[in-house]
Design a binder for this molecule. Sequence first.
Ligand code: M6R
Length: 360
Amino acid sequence: DKAGYRHFMAKEIAEQPTVVANALAAYIDEGGMPALPVDFTGVDRVVLVACGTASYACHVAKYWFEQIARIPAEIDVASEFRYRDPVLSPRSMAVFVSQSGETADTLAALRHVRGQVAQVVAVVNVPTSSIAREADCVLPIWAGVEIGVASTKAFTCQLTVLALMALQAAKARGTIDDAQIAAHVQGLRSVAGLMNVAIDGANAYPAVAQQLAQARDILFLGRGPMFPLALEGALKLKEISYIHAEAYASGELKHGPIALIDADVPVIVFAPPDGLFDKTVSNMQEVMARHGKVLLVSDAHGIAEAGEGVWATITMPSVDAVWAPILYAVPAQFLAYYTAVAKGTDVDQPRNLAKSVTVE
Ligand code: M6R
């Protein structure tokens, strides 16, 4: 049931404020502290493995584990992980993230680490799935059934659970105090509310999407934890609009991809104001100097600071920079969705793709 929406994807995007709040409620105790059934005692490294969108959630989480809990975090796509014969240790926690819990590569990677690490954790949307059954510990993400082939609400719920894991690791390791952890939990709670604002802004997308739909190639840029969001935006766009899109860490632009820039290549930049915002503004100027069309996704301060010359903007509510990747998933999803709608492609059942990839 699409509940009045034109596509399941639109419905699932709109459900995010509710399901993210549900995921938070599942793992926060009465004292406002993260309370997940995982134990970071003696753990000195986190290894995160997944495919596709779930792997981008892991990529964001790497920043959180390292910045907040000061614990080294390694990420890999499941199809590469076991074949590179990774160095594992009994002090590592291995985390497998999968919406379906049935992805063949992720399941095989889980089987590969069993017995070689301290704890095998499954972050899944389907608690009865194979990946859940074979893990030591299961953390359901509480997104509810996801039907659209393009993953949306599962991504933001994965991010939410991984954020709480990073906070729990910080508590176990004493890298920040309880008051700071409680403030971060509050920050996460407010993101769920801000997602409503971002979703209410849906009418900003169709006009820009009409133009994106004409493009042959689109670049996505982001720095730090917004780089995985750029990857996610590019994947979503490719999947449902069939437009070629690539993502780069903003600073990599001048190391090659800038050669692609001309007046026909839109460059979508995810840049909430943060410590690196000025550097991103210089990257945008490099694009604009070559007549590239910059679409800036930022808040009102960021958009004001970026100045003239930007082709289009999407204004987001201001958010604590550390949790911005959860909120900025919404524009990544909407840009893909409205571009696909403008092209008239099959949003919920894109060609060549299956919801669950159960073969290697
Ligand atoms: O069920 P999983 O989370 O393990 O699936 C992983 C990928 O196949 C999945 O995220 C895929 O990339 C989506 N279609 C992305 O929208």
